[in-house]
Write a protein that binds this ligand. Structure first.
Ligand SMILES: [Zn+2]
Length: 325
């Protein structure tokens, strides 16, 4: 068996799979190195998800010229939803069409290959992958994923904070506008309902189709919104700034709750890149003008972007599969 780890990020439309060599990055960086990568469309439903994971692992292994059990010391899988890492079970994942029942994904995959398999929430996996890729060591980090929904993965001294109810970092469901729209969770004006990729798409519909959705490899409606705002469209500027105010509130919540060193902006909306970071940083600076307390915390200076075009959730999932020494 080689020392490679496999990581899968199973999303509602596609799966990203990577084979990772631990500590194989630039000399002395200690970071992991992606040695092979496969992308597939996700088949939905319990059987579809199992089959998709099998195909992704088999595809990676085939490119590397061996069978999965001969290649991989462990397999990590990131899933969008509620995951019980202890039991290796997906408790709930609406976007994967699993319905009401749990999916015993680790056991189902082990029926085919005798491999250590770990499951993790995809945002938590993204936090680990982004921190590894950025070389953050054991700094305290929050990874704010802004995609179809909003959630954060929190790393304290390099360890994931999941919480006893697996709800740590679920700040997408903290209401930030009591008069805001009803959220999928039943509350009003959640952060997710006013600042996620879905919320942006509702407020800034893409009529010209110039910015493919995040699933298609582009920043989607958020890209269209930021481009229009940069071109001076006053309506776009207003929507962009309002979204940035809400995202700044999310960053402030994270920083004031756990005092992380860095907040990393990730997810499909963060593919907008520097203009997104700059817009949120501007709002944080503006909010600090009248507050010596906030100025002293320099929240704007703690913002980072997730590495562009890097499958951080798949990498993080692979790192979680590392066998204990
Ligand atoms: Zn909500």
């Amino acid at each position: 068996m080689s020392g490679l780890l496999a990581g899968l990020d199973i999303g509602g439309s596609k799966v990203q799979a990577v084979a990772v060599e631990r500590g194989g990055g630039a000399a002395g960086s200690g970071r992991s190195q992606v040695v092979e990568e496969v992308r597939l469309a996700t088949a939905l439903g319990a059987d579809g998800v199992v089959r998709t994971a099998q195909r992704a692992l088999a595809g990676l292994a085939e490119r590397l010229g061996a069978r999965p059990p001969e290649l991989f010391a462990g397999v990590g899988i990131g899933v969008p939803g509620l995951v019980d890492p202890e039991r290796g079970v997906v408790v709930q994942a609406v976007n994967l069409g699993l319905g009401a029942g749990e999916l015993d994904l680790a056991r189902r995959l082990r029926e085919t290959w005798d491999l250590p398999i770990v499951l993790e929430n995809d945002v938590n996996a993204g936090a680990l992958g982004a921190a590894d890729h950025l070389g953050l060591g054991e700094q305290d980090v929050a990874y704010l994923s802004i995609g179809t929904g909003i959630a954060a993965g929190i790393l304290l001294a390099g360890q994931l904070r999941r919480g006893p109810h697996l709800a740590a970092g679920e700040i997408g469901h903290v209401p930030v506008d009591p008069a805001g729209p009803v959220c999928a969770c039943g509350q009003h004006g959640c952060l997710e309902a006013v600042a996620s990729g879905s919320a942006i798409a509702a407020r800034w519909p893409q009529l010209d189709g110039r910015f493919p959705s995040a699933g298609g490899g582009g920043p989607g409606p958020a890209g269209a919104l930021f481009a229009a705002a940069a071109a001076g469209d006053p309506e776009a500027v207003a929507v962009r700034d309002e979204v940035a105010v809400y995202l700044a509130a999310g960053v402030r919540m994270l920083a004031l709750t756990v005092d992380v060193d860095l907040v990393i902006l990730g997810g499909g909306v963060a593919e907008v890149g520097e203009p997104l970071r700059a817009a949120v940083a501007d709002q944080l600076r503006g909010q600090a003008v009248g507050s010596a307390f906030l100025r002293g915390l320099d929240l704007a200076g703690r913002l980072r972007l997730a590495p562009a075009g890097t499958p951080v959730a798949a990498i993080g999932a692979a790192l979680l599969a590392q066998p204990l020494p």
